[in-house]
Write a protein that binds this ligand. Structure first.
Ligand SMILES: Nc1ncnc2c1ncn2[C@@H]1O[C@H](COP(=O)(O)OP(=O)(O)O)[C@@H](O)[C@H]1O
Ligand SMILES: [Mg+2]
Length: 346
């Protein structure tokens, strides 16, 4: 039995947008159900605008949901969290430049957090700060320095040390490598693996493309326009994708050149506006397999195998997935000119 440390149950988020005649409701999250299992890295992957950051903010309590619940260890948590609850879920942001206060030294930043969360007695704050820096691959010298004195990768390490200071059980990492140089991305991904291995921490790792998380996460949840459309173990998702959108995302991987694991998805067509969602399946306007039924039935996320769920009424009828080239440029370091098949969308 999987043991969920964090459960998202029917979470919806709507924003009121525009005014007067142009006002409308933007449905950023249209009912999210998702579990993060204890000790796992679960990837949450989706195009820009699919609602990933909105969900992340709700999980850490900085944004309230329109409906639904978030549970930590089966206990509901809301936006008004006491210190003990806020300690348990910490966030790492995409941009390590703007997420650190430039006027406070690293030692000052860590000390403030360690005091606030009463992690260690006051006389152990320095030792604990050094321990945190060592965990993220930095040393004691960093204590007296300011964020501006570090490179992008080092700043992301500092941001991770800050998130670890309260000794959270859960880390929410919102595209933590998307703003980094390609050469640095792999080292930060390795750090997340190490945190999982050494600290047993549970991590929701958000990314906008699949190649970043292919070798990092144990499971992947694919998001499309405010919904989870497929969730499975990583190997199963790549071997046996059941949603046409997931297939298109996997097919788009070889188009990325060797160094560009950070490129965005390339799926034909633009996603519809979350202010004016299509009827039925929200992927149907871009799906080459869509039938009239797809334009009227809004499919729920349904089990399609052990630990595998997909939201597509045709999931059981899809041809087995055949990927044109299993050796992708993104993983073997050679740019490719091969044009991927997109049979799933044809
Ligand atoms: N404060 C806000 N007011 C109105 N719309 C918002 C707000 N924040 C996000 N959105 C919209 O919600 C949708 C999801 O955004 P976001 O969660 O940032 O997506 P992602 O992180 O996947 O790129 C987008 O359409 C975005 O424009
Ligand atoms: Mg985002």
């Amino acid at each position: 039995m999987n043991d969920a440390v964090l459960s998202v149950i029917g979470v919806r988020k709507e924003y009121a947008v525009g005014s007067g005649k142009t006002h409308g409701t933007l449905k950023a999250l249209g009912g999210i159900d998702l579990n993060l299992n204890r000790g796992e890295i679960l990837a949450l992957v989706g195009e820009s605008g699919s609602g990933k950051s909105t969900l992340a903010k709700i999980l850490v309590g900085s944004l309230s949901a329109t409906a639904g619940n978030v549970h930590v260890d089966s206990t509901p948590v809301t936006t008004n969290r006491d210190r003990a609850t806020s300690r348990r879920i910490q966030m790492v942001f995409q941009d390590p430049y703007s997420s650190l206060n430039p006027r406070i030294t690293v030692g000052g930043m860590l000390a403030e957090l360690l005091k606030f969360h009463r992690v260690v007695p006051r006389n152990q704050i320095r030792a604990e700060s050094i321990r945190l820096l060592n965990v993220v691959g930095l040393n004691e010298d960093a204590l007296t320095a300011y964020p501006s004195q570090f490179s992008g990768g080092q700043r992301q390490r500092l941001a991770i040390a800050r998130a670890l200071a309260p000794r959270p059980e859960i880390l929410i990492a919102d595209e933590p490598v998307s703003a980094l140089d390609v050469s640095v991305q792999a080292t930060i991904l390795e750090l997340f693996s190490q945190l999982q291995r050494d600290l047993g921490i549970s991590i929701l790792f958000i990314a906008h493309n699949l190649s970043v998380v292919q070798h990092l996460s144990q499971r992947i949840a694919v998001m499309y326009l405010g919904r989870i459309v497929e969730v499975a173990e990583t190997r199963e998702l790549f071997a046996n994708p059941k949603h046409p959108y997931t297939r298109a995302l996997i097919d788009s991987i070889p188009r990325m050149s060797a160094g560009a694991v950070n490129d965005a998805f390339e799926v034909d067509g633009e996603p519809p506006s979350p202010i004016n969602l299509p009827s039925g399946c929200r992927f149907s306007p871009r799906c080459k397999l869509a039938t009239p039924a797809c334009r009227s039935i809004d499919p729920a996320l349904t089990a399609v195998g052990p630990n595998h769920a997909a939201a597509c009424i045709k999931a059981d009828q899809l041809e087995p997935y055949v990927f044109a080239s299993r050796t992708t440029a993104a993983t073997n370091g050679t740019p490719t000119t091969n044009t991927p098949t997109k049979e799933a969308l044809r």
